[in-house]
Design a protein around this ligand. Structure first.
Ligand code: DGL
Length: 265
């Protein structure tokens, strides 16, 4: 396929479910004239409690589906899948521009003023070698505390974005780590930005930054596509297609709702 035709292909997005829509939201803002093809693997979610091998196998299966449809670049919009599969994906598809998302520890450390940084992520992300290396890189610059958030992404998959049950979850899982000097919380799973309004409410008047990697990842995606001259140049409104492995039709409706939700708090 020549370059002009490749340029017209959509950009592929993968996630274990609907979390990656928080990254897609930023990518659409940055590249409104592009087409996007999003695949949420909700039938196999959560990934965060599976083994690395299982996550890799599932991620490859989704990427192959997207490649069959035709994509010009790929965003692995899932921290868990990035940790487990991004290197293998790059080895298998060396021609395809691929970006992955990782917990935004770097921006949290760079904007830190000596306070504690909490990192919320799935159990698998926290166990991964890639995450340990990330922490080692910054451990002498800030106190960084990982928090394994088993069961949290499920609230988003079910569309439960507010309510007392979430406060109870935060109180049990985040509460014990919240100190006077806690300065920021990294949302290290792409599902969590959808819980930002409720997390803000739970944190009350504490001055804590909520940081995620969706903008950084979208910028990197744009940079990589530009480098390969794969960005569209014409002014147009791009199309977004959302697919999901779940047979439940409600998942697509919920996906659109999440994509349009205002989570800038
Ligand atoms: N959205 C995913 C992430 O960013 C994982 C959720 C899951 O499947 O456990 O890590």
């Amino acid at each position: 396929m020549n370059l002009e035709n490749r340029k017209n292909l959509p950009i592929g997005f993968v996630d274990s479910g609907m979390g990656g829509l928080s990254v897609l939201k930023e990518a659409v803002r940055l590249m409104p004239n592009e087409d996007f093809l999003y695949y949420g693997d909700s039938a196999n979610a959560p990934y965060g409690t599976k083994t690395t091998e299982e996550i890799r196998r599932l991620t490859f299966a989704v990427v192959e589906k997207l490649l069959e449809k035709g994509i010009k670049g790929l965003a692995v919009a899932c921290n868990t899948a990035t940790g487990a599969a991004v290197r293998a994906l790059r080895n298998t598809y060396p021609e395809l521009p691929i970006v992955g998302i990782e917990p935004a520890v770097k921006p949290a450390v760079e904007t830190n003023h000596g306070g504690r940084i909490l990192v919320m992520a799935t159990p698998m992300t926290i166990r991964q070698e890639k995450f340990h290396r990330l922490l080692e890189q910054y451990e002498d610059q800030a106190e960084i505390v990982p928090i394994s958030c088993k069961g949290l992404m499920e609230f988003v998959e079910q569309g439960n974005l507010d309510g007392e049950f979430l406060d109870a979850y935060f109180e049990e899982h985040i509460g014990p780590f919240l100190t006077e000097d806690t300065e920021s919380i990294v949302l290290g799973c792409t599902h969590y930005p959808f819980l930002k309004p409720q997390l803000r409410k739970y944190l009350g008047n504490r001055d804590i930054k909520l940081i995620d990697g969706s903008l950084g990842t979208s910028r990197e995606l744009k940079r990589r596509l530009a480098k390969k001259e794969l960005l569209r140049e014409e002014e147009r409104k791009g199309n977004i297609t959302i697919m999901n492995s779940s047979k439940d039709k409600k998942m697509i409706d919920l996906s659109w709702k999440l994509l349009e939700l205002d989570i800038d708090v």
